[in-house]
Design a protein around this ligand. Structure first.
Ligand SMILES: Cc1cc2nc3c(=O)[nH]c(=O)nc-3n(C[C@H](O)[C@H](O)[C@H](O)COP(=O)(O)OP(=O)(O)OC[C@H]3O[C@@H](n4cnc5c(N)ncnc54)[C@H](O)[C@@H]3O)c2cc1C
Length: 409
């Protein structure tokens, strides 16, 4: 095979595309990655990295580096907001025999991307081209070509395979005619970030979920630029209100005060509004085109599973593509990648993230009571709590797909 036949093209240099580039490049495979941005995104979206994902990233010290620049969070809590009662507390220590990382790491996604980019830049056969937008995708039986607009105009690049890691609006997915079925939530999610210390004021841990029939909330700590760190609060918004109405200083203060009453106005350092979807691509492989990350699946952020799923896609795909290219394994391995990762996205992440949202927003008093009593009962029983944690930490889904074969599908 020539270098061009072996070359992997990647559209998108978010954390998932960069990880694919590094994992493939360090196997000696030539990689060329294009991202439309001029540099890595300074994006505050994902932070929570689960044990199953940390286990995959342990190689070369990446998980340890993420823990160093982020925060280690062994515990998460559920609260009933109207009564102020702590309903349940879960400690990942119960998973000490299931994972090398019995904790979550809160590491903002721009930091994760930066750590991966530093590693990818050390690999000579990896080319990272920022300021390059993928415009068109075309494949034949033997190669795949992309048209790319860069500083020198439009150029054509070809390779053996193309990975679409170009996010939720993926041009690679659209041009490959891959359906992206699902739905969009009517309400947008607003994220308000403050230095106010909720641990000191109220005893909230680094990951706290608040059920409320009126308006739920998630509250997380991230390390930001170092101690003391920042707290991110996430809420649903009224679909009838405009972005201006939701993001005004008065509206932001009113929302914070309603949820977390305080004598002082809150200092708000970031405010972000997100449209949220639940969608999964009909396949993660079409011929020589492969999808990973948000281009393949989108879900609401409650439970922090979107990027975790994308990182798991990248690790699975890089392993199988490496075997196809280097060991001449049959390319049906890539169908197995699609089957395994699509199964996690549909049977697990979609289901769990929707269930998480329903649990926090339930309005009917009996349903609310049943949900919260159930959480308390699970947390109080170490056997049930471990089973619960195996799901939330994404270990159960990784185990489920490890035994999957194409023949059995
Ligand atoms: C509020 C919020 C909180 C979240 N929290 C968590 C969390 O705690 N844990 C978690 O696991 N997930 C979380 N997520 C989800 C997470 O942010 C996404 O799953 C993650 O960003 C996906 O990474 P990606 O690399 O697939 O896509 P992206 O990060 O979207 O990157 C795609 C890249 O492709 C580039 N691109 C797009 N089109 C083109 C083109 N035509 N040509 C070239 N480049 C292109 C873009 O510039 C971008 O750099 C959260 C999401 C939100 C909204």
């Amino acid at each position: 095979m020539t270098d061009e036949q072996r070359r992997i093209l990647i559209a998108g240099g978010g954390p998932v595309g960069l990880l694919c580039a590094w994992l493939l490049g360090r196997q000696g495979i030539p990689v060329r990655l294009f991202d439309v941005n001029e540099g890595p995104q300074a994006d505050p979206r994902a932070a929570t990295t689960h044990p199953a994902t940390l286990d995959l990233l342990a190689d070369d010290g990446l998980s340890a580096d993420m823990a160093r620049v982020g925060l280690v969070a062994p515990i998460f809590q559920f609260w009933d907001r109207p009564t102020g009662r702590k309903v349940a507390e879960f400690d990942h220590a119960l998973l000490k025999d299931d994972t090398e990382h019995p904790f979550v790491v809160q590491c903002e996604q721009f930091k994760t991307a930066k750590l991966i980019l530093e590693r990818a830049r050390d690999v000579a056969n990896v080319e990272i081209l920022f300021g390059h937008e993928v415009l068109n995708v075309e494949q034949t039986g033997s190669d795949v070509r992309v048209e790319v607009r860069g500083p020198d105009g439009v150029t054509t690049h070809s390779g053996g395979w193309l990975i679409g890691a170009d996010g939720g609006r993926s041009i690679v997915r659209k041009q490959s005619g891959i359906a992206f079925d699902g739905f969009t939530w009517l309400e947008r999610f607003i994220v308000l970030t403050t230095p106010f210390d909720f641990e000191r004021s109220s005893g909230y841990c680094y990951r706290s979920y608040f059920a409320d029939p009126d308006e739920w909330c998630n509250c997380f700590k991230v390390s930001a630029d170092g101690p003391p760190g920042l707290w991110r609060t996430v809420y649903p918004t009224n679909p009838a209100l405009s972005e201006e109405e939701l993001m005004s200083d008065a509206a932001v203060q009113a929302r914070m005060q309603k949820f977390f009453p305080s004598n002082e106005p809150y200092e708000i350092v970031h405010r972000n509004l997100y449209v949220t979807h639940q969608r999964v691509a009909e396949t993660f492989r079409k011929g020589r085109v492969l999808l990973a990350g948000d281009s393949a699946h989108l879900n609401n952020p409650i439970g922090g599973m979107g990027l975790n799923g994308g990182i798991q896609d990248a690790a699975n795909l890089a392993d199988k593509l490496g075997r196809v290219i280097l060991d001449r394994a049959p390319d049906s391995l890539l169908d197995l990648f699609s089957l395994q990762r699509r199964t996690v996205a549909t049977e697990f992440v979609q289901q769990q993230s929707i269930e998480n949202k329903k649990r926090l927003e339930a309005r009917d008093p009996e349903t609310r009571k049943r949900n919260l009593d159930e959480l308390s009962a699970i947390a109080a029983d170490p056997v049930r709590a471990r089973q619960f944690l195996l799901r939330t930490s994404m270990i159960a889904s990784q185990r489920r797909i490890a035994s999957m074969t194409l023949e059995a599908a």
